[in-house]
Design a protein around this ligand. Structure first.
Ligand code: SF4
Length: 375
């Protein structure tokens, strides 16, 4: 099973915390779609004929695409890649300000069958602080409109830990998701990334830095509340009602192959990773000459082990000693995981090791202690 990811590198405005690749000029959108279609054709051998089961439009802001653009991508995929059309999960990330009733009707005519909506917060103050393009009224209206149009497979993103998000507001944001009966939630802590507007505001004293205690408290509340509502905490930042997991992201975490199309998109074929240039003009120039502008890295056994530990430990499926043995690091893993077993941070069931409820708060730190150094 394999997946295809499209990076749509345009946004209407820059959110203050964001360090993804995008341009706020939509001038070259049509040229970009044409170049990405070309890349899709040039890369038809990348997945070695494995059937594509998931397609994900991320970015950037994929809801800036129209029906024609999406249909062109689908036609190209069906022409050049084996798929199982009836089983395809096709996710489109969408921003609330784009999801007007008319746009939703248009998207209903496409093959998109899952929406990932970048709500981030239902509070006006939070949205202003983050410089989101939508307001609180649009955040509520878009969920209602999408559900009224008959889309059930829906996920929303929420951000916690912002200096503007009180514990009461965080509880209200979660309650809103539960009231809408949205079956999937992705939730991330606000992170101050280098070279973002938020980093500048924090460094110049115009914004308060993220309070780690507040962030930890809000994460703990998130874990408890979603559990009480019947969500499975299936990855550190992802929560789903049974049967509503993201198949696309789950296959990343389980090590499946994926092909990334578009500027800055990453691909993985099981043994190597490659990533496209993160520059729209350079990407367009290169594709116009029939060349994909990418860099590639063949993963060493150490990198494959480290990646496996990092991703699998964050999931509810945990990491399997059989796989670690195949990669050649069984004794290193067993020696280093021992203290975490005794402290009740990791638990073992037969060959599978998982974080305990206490361990979920320490996921990245535990994983890095289990890493091997790259030779
Ligand atoms: S809409 Fe998404 S990709 Fe665009 S600037 Fe905001 S967070 Fe970044």
């Amino acid at each position: 099973m394999a997946g295809i990811y499209f990076h749509i590198p345009f946004c209407k405005q820059a959110c203050h915390y964001c360090n993804f690749h995008f341009s706020t000029s939509l001038k070259y959108k049509d040229e970009m779609v044409a170049a990405m279609l070309r890349e899709l054709e040039l890369q038809q051998a990348y997945l070695s004929g494995e059937p594509v089961e998931t397609i994900y439009f991320g970015g950037g802001t994929p809801s800036l695409l129209d029906r024609r653009d999406l249909d062109l991508f689908f036609d190209k995929i069906f022409k050049h890649y084996p798929t199982r059309p009836d089983e395809l999960e096709i996710t489109l990330e969408a921003n609330p300000d784009d999801l007007t009733p008319q746009k939703i009707r248009e998207l209903r005519q496409t093959l998109v069958n899952r929406f990932s909506i970048g709500i981030q917060s239902f509070s006006e103050e939070d949205l202003k602080f983050m410089n989101r393009a939508h307001n609180a009224r649009e955040a509520l209206a878009c969920v209602q409109n999408v559900q009224d149009a008959g889309f059930e497979n829906l996920t929303v993103d929420l951000i916690y830990g912002s200096p503007t998000t009180s514990d009461a507001q965080w509880a209200a944001n979660l309650q809103q998701v539960f009231d809408f009966e949205i079956p999937h939630l992705s939730s991330y802590c606000l992170t101050v990334e280098e070279k973002t507007a938020l980093a500048h505001f924090v460094n110049t004293g115009k914004a308060r830095p993220v309070d780690e205690e507040q962030a930890a408290r809000q994460f703990e509340f998130l874990v408890k509340q979603t559990e009480a509502q019947g969500f499975e905490h299936y990855e550190i930042s992802n929560f789903a009602k049974p049967g509503w997991h993201s198949r696309h992201n789950s296959s990343y975490w389980k090590g499946a192959k994926y092909l990334g199309i578009g500027p800055s998109a990453h691909s993985f074929d099981g043994l190597s990773r490659q990533w496209n240039v993160a520059n729209n003009a350079a990407y367009l120039r290169s594709l116009n000459e029939g060349k994909i502008p990418f860099e590639k890295e063949i993963l060493t056994p150490e990198q494959r082990y480290n990646e496996y530990v990092m991703t699998s430990l964050r999931t509810m499926w945990g990491c399997d000693l059989k796989k670690i043995d195949e990669l050649g690091f069984e004794s290193h893993f067993l020696k280093n995981v021992e203290p975490y077993l005794s402290e009740g941070i990791v638990e073992r069931t037969e060959s599978v090791f998982k974080l305990t409820a206490k361990g979920k708060f320490l996921a990245d730190g535990v994983a890095s202690e289990l890493f091997v150094e790259n030779e």
